[in-house]
Design a protein around this ligand. Structure first.
Ligand code: PMP
Length: 406
């Protein structure tokens, strides 16, 4: 494999050649959703042209092709996560639904006063499902504090992991701060106390490959659309024994073994959690995205992404009044920032006029915004297809905006 050739990679992503407001698109909103390589579009197109039918019906050739493609995609995801078995790979609509499946499935284990440990830097999708389950069961959602730098406060973690802790649900990488949490160590401590561990991998998978067996987690959730695959599908990895013990999330076709009005029994894993006709073409598209990433040089790609963050950090000082929120030692290429005298949403609008896409607002992490005492931030989030020139373009635009409007 050659070293990382970003210009070659960019040619695989047609949308990156788009013009926006008369300017070449500079897409720095990868934390919200990533773009798709041609390989993904072609795989989905090929699926619809040559294979589409419903899956698991087995009565004709197209049905067999669709089932092969769909179950092959599950195996691709299993390999990506290094899970032990495809029985542990559940298709969901995304990270949000995956966490809801787990929260609902673990509810029968919770008693009044039990504690679900989350962190102050969680996305709402790793807070609200737990609050809903807490409401039903009398359990409590307890947040681990973060430090001003945006790292998990380990003293807070150590003092809160206690007798009543039943579940630890924590993000692998923060969507606002970019912080990579020391999850393997946290999981080890939690498991030693019999605590069930759930990782939100939505912002980790676009940057590195998680190994669920090495991490030792019980559950791992991610979304395809943040991993260069299509929208509408995501993955829940779950430890087989726990999945066996959990009730299904939804009822319907596909998830049953036998139905009668006297008694209905559930299908085997993973189908027990997959009621109804699944997102078949999307599963094929996600597998194509993973295969595409596997053809790239991972180490070179990770180094190139880090170089983007290093360059961005160097340029912060060139914009008067600019400050970064989230300066963890281990962080992914995500930069949340504010500029004195400018509202984040105005920064977003002014950058868009220059063809530069960033996200502004609370990033579905209101408790974290409250912690920093800001209504929101502007956030530039990078992917491997971004260039150093694009980082320079962002900062040139920020300098201009600061000069004219702050
Ligand atoms: N967790 C994190 C850390 C995220 O960044 C996101 C998406 N912004 C989600 C969960 C939710 O993902 P989805 O909307 O695809 O379900």
């Amino acid at each position: 494999k050659a070293s990382f050739d970003v210009e070659a990679v960019r040619r695989d992503f047609p949308i990156l050649s788009e013009q926006v407001n008369g300017k070449p698109l500079v897409y720095l909103d990868n934390g919200a959703s990533t773009h798709k390589p041609l390989a993904v579009m072609e795989a989905m197109d090929g699926y619809y042209r040559h294979m589409h039918s419903n899956v698991h019906r087995g009565s004709h050739t197209l049905g067999d092709r669709a089932t092969m493609a769909f179950e092959g995609a599950r195996e691709t995801v299993r390999r990506f996560l290094n899970a032990g078995s495809t029985r542990e790979i559940i298709w969901t609509r995304g990270t949000t639904e995956a966490i809801n499946v787990v929260a609902n499935g673990l509810a029968p284990r919770l008693r009044p006063g039990d504690e679900i440990l989350v962190s102050h830097m969680e996305h709402h999708s790793n807070i609200v499902p737990w609050q809903m389950v807490a409401e039903r069961t009398g359990a409590k959602v307890v947040p681990v504090q973060v430090t001003p730098e945006g790292e998990l406060d380990l003293d807070s973690f150590n003092s809160l992991l206690g007798e009543r802790t039943r579940i630890l649900a924590i993000t692998h990488v923060s969507n606002v701060l970019g912080t990579v949490n020391p999850v393997a160590a946290l999981i080890e401590q939690a498991r030693a106390r019999g605590v069930i561990t759930v990782l939100d991998g939505a912002q980790a998978v676009p940057h590195f490959k998680p190994d669920v067996q090495a991490l030792g987690c019980d559950f791992y959730a991610f979304s395809s659309h943040k991993l260069f695959g299509p929208t509408g599908i995501g993955v829940l990895y779950g430890r087989e024994q726990l999945l066996e013990e959990m009730p299904p999330f939804q009822g319907g076709g596909e998830m049953i073994e036998r139905v009668s009005f006297e008694r209905t029994t559930w299908s085997t894993l993973p189908y027990k959690f997959e009621a109804g006709t699944p997102a078949i073409a999307e599963a094929v598209g996600l597998a194509a995205a993973i295969d595409y990433l596997d053809r790239l040089d991972r180490r070179a790609m990770e180094a190139a992404e880090n170089a983007l963050l290093v360059r961005a950090n160097e340029l912060v000082a060139t914009v008067p009044g600019m400050s970064v929120i989230g300066t963890a030692v281990r962080k992914m290429p995500v930069m949340s920032f504010k500029i004195e005298g400018l509202h984040p949403s105005d920064i977003g609008t002014l950058l868009d006029q220059q063809g530069i896409a960033v996200r502004t607002g609370h990033h579905c992490a209101m408790p974290l915004m409250d912690f920093y005492g800001v209504p929101g931030t502007a956030r530039a989030s990078f992917a491997f297809y971004n260039t150093l020139e694009e980082v320079d373009t962002l900062f040139a635009a920020l300098q201009k905006i600061q000069r004219l409007f702050a």
